[in-house]
Design a protein around this ligand. Sequence first.
Ligand SMILES: C=C(OP(=O)(O)O)C(=O)O
Ligand SMILES: [Mg+2]
Length: 553
Amino acid sequence: MPDTTTSPAHEAADGGGDGRDPGSEWSGVRLTGLGVSRGWAAGPVIRMAGPPALPVARDVADPAAEVAAVARALEAVAEDLNRRAADADGEAAEILEALAMIAGDPMLLEEAEGRAGNGSDAAHALDAAFTGHRETLAALGGYLAERAADLDDLKHRTVAVALGLPMPGLPSPGHPYVLVAEDLSPADTAGLGPDVLALITERGGPTSHTAILARGKGLPAVVACKGITDLPDGTVVGVDGGTGEIAVGLTEEETARVGERARAERDRLAASNGPGRTADGHPVKLLLNIGSAGDLRPDAEGVGLFRTEFLFLDRKQAPSFEQQVSAYTEVFGRAEHVIVRTLDAGTDKPLPFLGLPDEPNPALGVRGLRVDRLLPDVLDTQLDAIAEAARATGTPAWVMAPMVTTPAEAGAFAGRARARGIAKVGAMVEVPAAALRAERLLREVDFLSIGTNDLAQYTFAADRQHPALADLLDPRQPALLQLIALCAEAGREAGKPVGVCGEAAGDPLLAPLLVGLGVTSLSMAPVCVPAVREALAGLTLQDCRERARSALD
Ligand SMILES: C=C(OP(=O)(O)O)C(=O)O
Ligand SMILES: [Mg+2]
C-alpha cells in the first residue's frame, strides 16, 4: 500500500473557512452525496462488509480439508478479536476478549468439526454449530439469552472466513483509511478508531445520529452517496465533508494538498476565541453538544446538550447508578455550565439494555421521555445520579428531557427533577405540539432547548435519516422557523432562556437567523464553534433580525 494517506480528520478541519473548495480542483471521477461533517481527507477506501450470505451447500470431496478449514476459521476469528482487544481498553476490551473466548470454545470446535467430518462443507458446518449453540442459550433465558446475539456475530465472522470473504464489522487494516459502508449504526460510529480518516455511507440522512457522532469526532463525513460501495477496496478518494463531493482516484500530489489545506484551515479557526456575540455586542452563548467528557473543549462557554445515551450505546446491561455518577462527574468537573439531557432512546438510537419492544412505527412510538411510561426506574436512577454528580462537584445541574410533547409531561418531569434538588429543569422542543404550547411549557420549566433535528422531522413528516427527503428537512423552511420564533417569543415574555441545540445551530449561515428569531444560545458540535462565532461577529443584531424576517417571508 503506497503511503497516500493524510489525516486532517483528527485535526478538526472545517471546510467553511476561506471559501475555497479544494474539491473543485480535484481531477477524475466524482461521486456526490450529502456532506454532513465538514473537513477534508484523502486516503484509500475500505468497505465495511455486511454478514455473508450462505451459499447452497457444496458436495464435499475431502472431509478432512473441511475439518481443517473449520478449525482455521475459528482460530482466525479468535486471533482477530484478541488483537482488537489488545488495542482497546475498558469495557470494549473485555467484550472483545469474551467473544474471542467463545470463538475458542472447544465444544463449538468439536461440534463444527463433527459436522464437517460427516460431509458438510466448512461454512455450513460452522453455521449449523453456531445456530445450535444459539438456540441452547436462547432457551436458557435471562442473561444467557442476551448472549445469543454475540453468537450470531461470531457465526457471521467465521462463516465469512470459511468462504474467503472479509469479516463483517469495522475493518482494522493497520493503516489509515476512509471507511465506506452501506450504513453505520451509532454504536459502529462511536467505536471508530483513530485510523479512520473519514466516513462515507451509501444511505443515511443529514441529521441521523451517525452524522452527529461523526461531527462530534471532527471526522469528515458524507452520507447518501450513491455508488460509493461499488468502489474496490484500496481506491484512493478525496472527501469533502462540506460539499459532499468525493473525488475517485486522487493523485499523490492532490492527496498531499488536501492535508495542507486542512491544516491551514484548522490553524485559522483555532485563532478565533472568546464568547459569542454579534458585531454590536449582543451576547449569544455558544455551547457544546457532547456525548462524553472527551468531547469537551477548554475555551467553550459550557455544554448545551450532553447526549447521555451516547455513553451507553453498545451496552447490553443497564448502567448502574455508580457508573452514571462517575460519567456525569467527569463532565461536571470540567465544565461550569452543563445541560444534561436524560436518556433519549428509541428509533435511530437503540439502547439494547432497555429491551424496548419492537414497534411498527418507532419514530412515533415509545422514545425519549416516553420510555418512562414503560420503565420509570430508568429515569429515577438517572436523575439520582445527575443530582449526586452535581453535589459531588458543586456544579449546579441543568437537566432537560427529550421528546416532551405536552405541558403536563414537562410538569411531571420537572417535579421529579426538582424533588432531587436539581437546579434548573428544562424541556426539549422537538415535537410541533410542544412548540405551539411553548408559553405553557415555560410555566412548568426553567428553560427550553429546541431540537431542530427532530422538530424538522415531525413538522415535515420526513424521516430524518431519509436521504431523499433532505430538502424537506432543511431548517430554513419557514414553517420550522415560525415554530422556533414562537418558542423564542414565549421565552422573551417569561424571561427564560430558549436555545437551539439541533444541528442547525452549528451552521454559520443559519446561526445568525436563529439569533434574529430571538434564541438566546446556540449549542453545537465543538468543531462548529469557531465558524459560528465568526459569522455572528460579522453581523449586528439588527442584521440578524432582518435575515430572520426575510427567511420567514
Ligand atoms: C438535538 C436534538 O436531539 P437528537 O439529535 O439527539 O435527537 C434534535 O432532535 O435536534
Ligand atoms: Mg432529538
